[in-house]
Design a protein around this ligand. Structure first.
Ligand code: 26W
Length: 803
């Protein structure tokens, strides 16, 4: 948008007076933040209305991305950037004696997600608006986001994350768009005079779903889409007969949108979680149908105007809910309704971990959602009947929805969608050949791959301005809208001046991060050391333990030989563990205890340091990633569906140290063997071990002297304060089979780390690798990913840019 500095300053002062009746000199950062937020909203409101108007006038097909999680991060600067007024506002504020950075830090970081899946949804909505795709997000407005993590004596402690405490400048409550969601009760079907079956309900509990809309600003294009998040409230009541029971009922209803479940990849069959899932699915679909009706088209054409995306299985109830509306409210017959539903729905799988697969006890679903359960039964009956004529019994039994007393959500999502995709090539192959092989036999053409991506706006333009400036000086800024143009950087691969500039920028970012660590943790780290980063949820399959065992081996090496030729390293961890995941919490404690030991060992000085940042999330990621030299992507091959921190780190010039898992495979293909360090078991070798059951972890403990010493270190008192955790981890690795092949991959990992150490010593060579990584990162822009969803799955328009 066009905005002069002069106009901005006037607007800002005026808004400050309007909102707070204040003068700049009296205002504090909080007031300045709210004022700026309001101003940005007023700047975008015209285009927000216009975008919606355009979609309606042109009767555009629109896509709705249903996701339990949107891990947005702070929005102030990203809105300014996308509106094209970041520099103007920064300058204008400076004139007024205000530091934009300081204001930006005041914003609470809305942590409405657990990890990769939620952050992907946030990158997607940014890219959808930027790619001019008519698509919106639909989710839950959790009052409390993912817990705040504190370390107390090295242990993770969870505190509530009350992100709405001081209000939220970005959202608008839309009372007129509220809908009712029905739970519990009895339902029966009665034939009408016209001969159609009509459901009748008794004793239901009605919940009012109130939408809060947030604008999703496209980058320099006047497009503003919508993120609609639902909040649960008590429907208005004329007469309250029993006050106390009303209060009780209100608490029960409001608890639906109270808190995000802090588990990723470990499903918990709690009733409240099922309520959350149906709540935002039903509210979202009702509001889509309401909107569709304004176009005055027959329900038979719904799939020509609406696409609904099911982000993992959490919103899989979309399938029976749309069926319910088409059958019960729109009086369609089953075949037509089913046809429309399948054409509207598409589904993404984000994990192969079997413990993450949601399945709900029949009893629970049939009590909470009696009508939905009837419909699920009918979908299941028709599926098994039809498939029995085409496939052997075992296949039908293994693919049906209702089985073993449970409703299997992934099966429902697959059967009810026209498209099923994985999130990296390897992941999709594993789905087709292993995890969902039966479904692949039944529906081969539904399966496709859409490799994940990240938004270069947040993860480069905002997080790493110095690097961004360098890139723009070298190749111009076309890459901002056509990220593959970053490949032009390759022309500078042998340009010493450019490589040294790159080194200087990394150094600057490392200094800044070091300052932050000094301030927040009172820990001194040396910017000349290699900054080695592993940031992701704590999970056994991601193998933070492998990293830790290697650190211990370096520690012992230095204790034995203080002159050992090891380049100084700072190992940086950021990770939250699910509160109920005991093993993951033990690993956190262990890392913290080893950090205590090493960081305070005067003999080690600054050769080794461990920084485990508290409360890792989007805002911390923005600080860590630009400062990273090494990107740890060391999950057991076959287990990480894609990974996305691998892409963010690569884009910021870190060198990837990885197994051939998830999208690491595609990163290797992009940059070539020489510009990435690969180690460890391959996916087929892992499956071979599963097949022949021949892995003996104990033999690695017994036969590798380095590993032997490191593992003994866990149980011989070397690590003060973590005796119980050391024992538990030791046992899991040595006695109980080492489920994720940590010991099997240890030697290869240690060798790979040695290789990194050697490579880093040659600055020019290292920066050349970094440059090739940045140059190759463009294909992993979520702009391309969503453009492929738009054209290949949703069939909605987009501004396609060539890869
Ligand atoms: C408790 C239920 C549950 C189950 C699974 C909650 C959350 C999940 C998610 C699917 C876990 C998740 O975030 N998966 C990650 O998705 C990313 C985006 O596709 C991938 O990059 C990661 O590899 C994958 O672990």
């Amino acid at each position: 948008m066009d905005l002069s500095k002069r106009k901005f300053k006037e607007d800002f002062k005026k808004m400050l007076t309007e909102v707070y009746s204040m003068d700049i000199s009296e205002s504090e950062t909080t007031e300045q933040y709210v004022t700026l937020g309001n101003l940005i909203r007023s700047y975008s409101s015209k285009n927000w209305g216009r975008t919606n108007q355009r979609y309606i006038e042109k009767k555009k097909k629109q896509a709705y991305y249903f996701s339990m999680e949107f891990l947005l991060g702070r929005m102030l600067k990203s809105n300014l950037l996308n509106l094209g007024i970041l520099d103007t506002v920064r300058d204008g504020l400076r004139d007024l004696g205000i530091d934009l950075e300081e204001i930006a830090q005041i914003e609470p970081d809305p942590g409405l997600g657990n990890g990769g899946l939620g952050r992907l949804a946030a990158c997607f909505i940014d890219s959808m608006a930027t790619s001019e795709i008519p698509a919106h997000g639909n989710g839950i407005r959790f009052k409390y986001g993912l817990f705040k993590q504190k370390f107390v004596n090295g242990y993770q402690v969870e505190l509530p994350e009350n992100w709405l405490q001081n209000g939220n400048v970005w959202e608008t409550r839309k009372m007129h768009a509220a809908v009712n969601v029905r739970f519990y009760g009895k339902v029966w079907l009665e034939q009408t005079s016209a001969g159609v079956l009509e459901p009748h309900y008794e004793d239901t509990q009605e919940v009012l779903a109130v939408p809060y809309d947030t604008p999703v600003v496209g980058f320099n294009n006047d497009v503003i889409n919508t993120l609609r998040l639902w909040s649960a409230e008590v429907p208005p009541q004329d007469d309250i007969t029993d006050y106390w029971s009303y209060i009780h009922q209100r608490n029960q209803i409001e608890s639906i949108s109270e808190v995000l479940y802090p588990d990723d990849s470990n499903y918990e069959g709690r009733l409240l979680r099922l309520k959350q899932e149906y709540f935002f699915v039903s509210a979202g679909i009702q509001s889509i149908i309401r909107h569709y009706k304004k176009m005055d088209l027959s329900m038979n054409h719904l799939a020509e105007k609406v696409a609904i995306h099911i982000n993992d299985t959490h919103p899989a109830l979309c399938v029976p809910e749309l069926m319910r509306i088409l059958l019960d409210e729109e009086k369609m017959d089953w075949e037509h309704a089913w046809n429309v539903t399948v054409n509207v729905m598409s589904y993404t799988n984000h994990t192969i971990m079997s413990e993450a697969l949601e399945k709900w006890p029949i009893e629970m679903i049939s009590t909470l959602l009696p009508r939905i359960y009837q419909i699920i039964c009918e979908i299941d009956r028709r599926f098994t009947m039809k498939m029995s004529t085409l496939f052997e019994r075992e296949i039908v039994e293994r693919t049906r929805i209702i089985e073993g007393g449970h409703v299997k959500m992934a099966h429902m999502a697959i059967i009810g969608s026209h498209s099923v995709n994985g999130v990296a090539q390897l992941h999709t192959t594993i789905l087709k050949e292993k995890v969902l092989h039966d479904f692949f036999l039944v529906y081969p053409s539904k399966f496709n791959n859409k490799t994940n991506g990240i938004t270069q706006r947040r993860w480069l333009m905002l997080a790493n301005e110095p690097l961004c400036d360098l890139i723009n000086r070298k190749i111009g800024n076309e890459w901002e809208t056509t990220p593959t143009e970053l490949k032009m950087l390759k022309a500078f691969r042998d340009d010493e001046k450019t490589l040294l500039e790159l080194a200087q920028i990394k150094r600057l970012n490392k200094e800044r991060f070091a300052e932050h660590i000094k301030k927040t943790m009172d820990l001194t780290i040396n910017p000349d050391a290699i900054f080695d980063v592993q940031i992701k949820r704590l999970h056994a399959y991601k193998r933070q333990l492998l990293n830790l065992l290697h650190i211990l081996s370096l520690y012992f090496q230095l204790k034995d030989d203080p002159q050992a030729d090891i380049h100084p390293r700072v190992f940086i961890f950021g990770a939250k563990a699910a509160p109920s995941y005991t093993y993951a919490k033990q690993i956190i404690k262990l890392i913290n205890s080893v950090a205590d030991l090493i960081n305070h060992d005067a003999a080690i000085a600054d050769k080794l340091k461990i920084v485990f940042v508290e409360n890792y999330g989007v805002s911390l990621a923005e600080k860590i990633i630009p400062a990273a030299d090494v990107s740890e992507q060391i999950s057991l091959a076959s287990k990480e569906a894609s990974g996305t921190s691998n892409m963010k780190l690569m884009l910021n010039g870190a060198i990837t140290l990885a197994t051939l898992d998830g999208a690491n495979v595609e990163i290797r293909d992009r940059v070539g063997e020489k510009n990435i360090v690969i180690f460890g078991l391959r996916e087929d070798e892992v499956y071979q071990y599963y097949h022949d059951g021949s892995y003996q972890s104990r033999s690695y403990y017994e036969n590798n002297p380095v590993l032997h010493r490191v593992l003994n270190g866990l149980i011989d008192g070397t690590i003060p304060g973590a005796e119980a955790e050391g024992r538990s981890v030791f046992d899991s690795l040595v006695q109980y089979g080492d489920e994720y092949f940590v010991l099997r991959d240890f030697e290869a990992y240690a060798d790979a780390q040695k290789h990194i150490d050697q490579l880093y010593r040659d600055t020019l060579q290292w920066q050349k690798m970094a440059l090739i990584n940045i140059a190759g990162a463009g294909v992993f822009s979520s702009d391309y990913t969503v453009q492929q969803y738009a054209s290949q799955i949703w069939d909605v328009s987009s501004k396609v840019r060539n890869i």
